[in-house]
Design a protein around this ligand. Structure first.
Ligand code: ATP
Ligand code: ATP
Ligand code: CA
Length: 217
């Protein structure tokens, strides 16, 4: 179902939100105080307008009260971001999502009634880290400062190779304790057991050796 969104502030975040919403087929009104920014989004929004998001008359003239969702993506000017949020909530906008710059900004936005507060840099950093890790290491148990057990997805190049073929203990000094395959788990893998491509390997070893093994993919 087609929804109506207004995005106020067209920095990298605001532009990217607007463009994606528009691509997904929704109506997007994109607003910025800077005309050059507005020109950037003309072809990727339903309407675009130059305007100050801290001016109630401007917002009303743009018909902002007809929008169910407004995203405040004013960046460095924290005062403007807060005033804009206050006005929008006062005007009765149902859903106001705001990009925050700092912990204090976040706290004030919360008090002003912002419905969702976003920290794009922080959230994206988090997700990237999780993605980096989850691609290989699934779980992790620290045995000591030096030794741990990790669960790691079998890399594609190990498909159909036996432990002997791969010569893992000799090459990396680590030991495969178990091989998970779907619901089954082989808890005493032998040298001639094969690894399959969707297997999960449970591996014990020195952190440096485990790292070498992870990086060898
Ligand atoms: P990003 O990291 O997403 O690139 P930023 O956090 O660096 O953005 P700024 O570039 O400071 O944020 O601001 C985003 C946009 O908000 C700018 O294009 C700026 O012109 C616009 N802006 C600032 N004040 C207002 C205002 N009062 N009304 C409307 N737009 C505003
Ligand atoms: P090792 O010299 O390691 O004691 P081995 O001469 O007794 O091995 P096998 O036990 O058949 O011979 O193992 C041959 C090779 O297969 C090992 O050197 C090792 O590289 C690999 N291997 C066998 N089992 C495992 C395991 N559980 N984890 C990692 N590698 C294994
Ligand atoms: Ca920024």
């Amino acid at each position: 179902m087609k929804k109506q969104f207004a995005v106020i502030g067209l920095g990298r975040f605001g532009i990217s939100v607007s463009t994606e919403l528009y691509k997904l087929g929704h109506d997007v009104l994109a607003i910025d105080i800077n005309e050059a920014k507005v020109n950037e989004i003309i072809n990727d929004s339903t309407h675009s307008a130059v305007g100050d998001g801290t001016d109630e008359r401007t917002l009303r003239n743009l018909g902002i009260t007809n929008f169910d969702h407004v995203i405040v993506a004013i960046g460095d000017d924290i005062q403007a971001s807060m005033l804009c949020t206050l006005l929008l909530k006062d005007m009765g906008i149902e859903s106001v999502w705001v990009k925050a710059q700092s912990y204090y900004h976040h706290k004030v936005l919360d008090k002003l009634g912002a419905d969702k507060i976003i920290h794009p840099e922080h959230d994206m950093g988090n997700r990237i880290a999780q993605h980096l890790v989850s691609e290989k290491v699934i779980d992790y148990i620290e045995l000591s400062d030096d030794f741990s057990i990790v669960e790691i997805a079998a890399p594609p190049h190990m498909d159909s190779k036996t432990l002997l073929d791969l010569n893992i203990r000799a090459r990396f000094g680590i030991t495969i304790l178990g091989i998970k395959r779907g619901k089954d788990i082989n808890i005493s893998p032998m040298a001639d057991d094969q690894i399959h491509k969707d297997d999960i390997l449970i591996v014990i070893g020195h952190k440096n050796d485990l790292k070498r093994f992870e990086d060898s993919h």
